[in-house]
Ligand binder design. Sequence first.
Ligand SMILES: [Fe+2]
Length: 372
Amino acid sequence: MSTTVTEVQTLHLQPQGDGQTAVRSNEPIKANDDGAYRYAHLLPHFSKDTYPPLAPFAHADPGLRAISHPNPRAFLDSATKIVDLTPKLGTEIHGVQLVSLDDNAKDQLALEVAKRGLLVFRNQQDFIDSGPDFYLQWGRYFGRLHIHPTSGHPEGYPEIHLVYKDANSSYNFQYDDSTTSTVWHSDVSYELQPPGLTTFFLLSQPRTGGDTLFTSQVSTLQKLSPPFVAFLRTLTAVHSGAEQAAFSRAGRRGGVVRREPVETVHPVVRKHPATGEEALYVNKQFTRRIVGFKREESENILKFLYDHIERAGDLQARVKWEPGTVVLWDNRVTGHSAIVDYHESGERRHGARIAPQAEKPIPALDGLKLDD
Ligand SMILES: [Fe+2]
């Protein structure tokens, strides 16, 4: 790997005596005393390990445990500032330290992420600096950790999915021949049990740019007419990991495919196990066709839905990263896209994702047949 670990392009964090972290933007420091990259131990590693197919497992949603709590938002009692990013999607929270949450609070967190789709926690440097063993412990509370079939991970920690780009290298799944870097998707939706509550943070970021877009798939569904929604509830679609694997097999990313790609049939409208909310569950990156339809029928309906998702700026939120930010989203009811607008700067963007798998998507229509 050609990555240089001495190049320092990240923002400066100054730990304070009160355990909080003061953030000074646009100060390109952050290095150890010897000048080495502070998170060099978390740089992407592409082991040649191979994995068997994922086996089904029973998922108990942690958000369900919080529903009977007298105050399911008690974990926010210490918050100093809570700002809803948009009316229906996303909340930014200051003053709550994720690293300190007990199990009861984690259940509440899971329910709140399910309700708001996206939570943005600022000043979480202690969480980020707790290291990879802590990341695993954190994620395992919410479900069995997904091991990505093709991405880079810190050496010895395959459960931690990394995104990485710097002046010399990119280990992300992205194409350079498109007019846009925007690709709306739900992570690894081709799995039989795709991730639910997902945690993501940046270890290093450009001075500006590299924001992340989110959309509410509950809201995109609600924008459609009731008869059309009733029709969509009757549909299933094939989601495929084949293209992502082929990208790596062509020698890009890290060039490894550790688990053979799968195709899975999911309902086009799924229901969240804790909130009961219905969400549109197709995405341009991984959904390939509607089961039982002629090719033109499938292509036109999916194109309509993708256009609808992409056009709905009124249903979207945009996270601008600050050092110390930890973002959680519910991958079952939201879509997201990276924004690659910083490559000319040559700056490093290095992020880590912890993705516990959730239940097999629950169809909104009882008894919907899920065969190809
Ligand atoms: Fe993603």
